[in-house]
Design a protein around this ligand. Sequence first.
Ligand code: F6R
Ligand code: MG
Ligand code: MG
Length: 366
Amino acid sequence: METTVSVIKADVGSVAGHVTPHQEQLELARNMLEEAKNEETIKSFYVTHCGDDVELIMTHHKGVDNPAIHGLAWDTFTEITEKVSDRLKLYASGQDLLKDAFSGNIKGMGPGVAEMEFTERKSDPIVVFMADKTEPGAWNLALYNIFANPFNTAGLVIDPRLHQGFSFTVLDIQEDKEVILRCPAEIYSLLALIGTPGRYVIKEVRRNDDNEIAASASTTRLSLIAGRYVGKDDPVLVVRAQSGLPAMGEILEAFSFPYIVAGWMRGSHHGPLIPVSERNARVTRFDGPPRVIALGFQVTQGELIGPVDLFDDPAFDYTRIKGMEIAEYVRRHGPFMPHRLGPEEMEYTTLPLVLDKLKDRFKSTS
Ligand code: F6R
Ligand code: MG
Ligand code: MG
């Protein structure tokens, strides 16, 4: 039997600004998913948060894009908004619920979705990455390192089962088109695209040998749905590990470098992506810095066994310190690029409203 892992997340309001959800929101989500488990809609679940986003990690046997699963997530976020966020006047209540009526698929409605379906191997370890204050393209560099860079992933060189490489599905979020690039042969073409993470986003990675699914990421761009600024998309990512796929340690290694992503304050600044433990998944300094948590599980007969809080380890202290040095350095640029995003990406922020006001004051110089 095939098992599906569905990770669906939304920011439906938070405490003390865009910092962290309220415990009551998480409890309500747990109660609703417990009920869905008893009714056998899902097989198991884990509820957590990263920054101000509520994260629903679920397993079931219904496949990807299933209306019952998407409907459950939608109802959960709606109930949280109505029963908790509104009542407690939490900040930006219901923020990511951009559409009114649910019609079978939650994609395109605001919440982020990463799903994959697979036949369980003898033993199936996975890791769920969840980020706050950044965009879906933030996974590009890590996914490249995990599945295409032999300097990160030793298995690409020394394990014959990885030796044929991996294929990347890259989405052009502006044109709503996608392309599959087979690596290592097409590494240069892949990099030509994904080096522009604001436009080209890796959606899925599969093993060349047998087309086995290896990674699946959320690709929602809230601003493109709403046509205005609604915070960054705070993406999620599911990666399978071991036995002919990158080892868990090779996957985590990609986050040992606090690379620069877009997001942070007002979704308008570049800053380092910092790996943190689940208990440190709150955003503070300048509404950030952008951060990522990693929870490891075994998927066993459709159930989640775990989690293991994988970044809760002194082995990532150096990355965190380095990340804060980078944060300190870029912050000193204040409103100047390249700390502030370039004009194209600022288009969906509130900056154009400010620039508009100045328009009529410009006089011709010729
Ligand atoms: C970024 C984010 C925050 C807000 C900022 C201003 O994704 O959510 O950085 O953009 O706190 O929020 P408002 O405009 O709601 O005061
Ligand atoms: Mg928020
Ligand atoms: Mg968020």
